[in-house]
Ligand binder design. Structure first.
Ligand code: SF4
Length: 275
């Protein structure tokens, strides 16, 4: 009899735990997402999915500060950060807290995703800083049969819940020329986790042939499959992108890596946001 009572208590306890966990998750799911911009339809400009039709949801904040970042308007809101980006952006004007349902409505206004599901690229900044808040959004997009791509620098893991709804990770680990401290930009355990996921593709921004040696080390240390690596020449202007591409392409190809141009920059050089 005592055993039965103990069993009931344990059952009640575990049910309580499950309900508490679910309650906490739903509570968290009501959080808003800090969005920088939503735009499209356009094409994915970079990486293994380059050229594919998509819409972009760009989130605010980044945990890194790359010297050549072309989306510093997602994170350079303080005088301190502006020493890296050279411009201090207005925080209020660049962060828009939105519920997941509002983001879906905005996407639908731009393109009929309910009738014609497409790729939704969740970019940043570093979108995985809002991993938990993204959960209801990716779930809603999944219900609409949209494919969810997450762009990340590979320093943070997604929540398990988010992970199950992601179609593809575009992981772009940052090299030393980004200007970030090694301990900040390089998280081998996180990269090893991404490397073990069939959804992951990797993209390395390079400036010089010498950068490929750093790429090789990261690829080896983190067990990244060579055929999942794309080398992306740095360059904010089309001419710069092409010059760097010509400098590094042959060496990259010989190593087994692919090359990714920055297609949106080649197509729309005169636009600096939302292309
Ligand atoms: S990780 Fe990306 S968004 Fe963040 S600073 Fe570097 S280039 Fe910019």
């Amino acid at each position: 009899m005592q055993l039965v009572r103990l069993e009931h208590r344990l059952l009640g306890l575990s049910l309580g735990l499950v309900l508490t966990t679910e309650f906490q998750r739903l509570n968290t799911m009501s959080d808003t997402i800090d969005v920088n911009e939503i735009f499209g339809p356009t094409l994915q400009g970079e990486g293994s999915a380059a050229g594919q039709h998509c819409l972009f949801v760009r989130l605010a904040y980044c945990n890194l500060e790359c010297k050549w970042c072309d989306t510093a308007y997602t994170w350079a809101f303080t005088p301190d950060k502006a020493t890296v980006s050279n411009i201090q952006y207005d925080k209020e004007a660049n962060i828009h807290p939105m519920a997941a349902s509002d983001i879906v409505s905005e996407l639908e206004k731009l393109y009929p995703i309910m009738d014609r599901p497409t790729n939704i690229i969740i970019s940043g900044g570093e979108p995985l800083m809002q991993s938990r808040q993204l959960e209801p959004l990716v779930q809603a997009l999944d219900k609409l049969d949209c494919m969810v791509h997450i762009e990340t620098a590979g320093t943070l893991k997604p929540t398990e819940y988010l992970h199950q709804y992601v179609t593809q990770y575009n992981v772009s680990p940052k090299l030393s020329h980004s200007g970030n401290r090694t301990s900040k930009r390089f998280k081998p355990q996180v990269l090893q986790w991404f490397a073990s996921q069939s959804k992951s593709w990797f993209k390395f921004v390079v400036q010089e042939i010498g950068d490929l040696i750093e790429v090789d080390h990261i690829v080896q240390e983190c067990n990244i499959s060579i055929d999942r690596v794309m080398i992306m020449p740095e360059g904010i202007k089309p001419s710069d992108n092409l010059v760097v591409a010509r400098r590094v392409a042959r060496e990259a190809i010989n190593r087994g890596y692919g090359i990714s141009f920055r297609t949106h920059i080649l197509l729309w050089p005169e636009v600096d946001r939302g292309r």
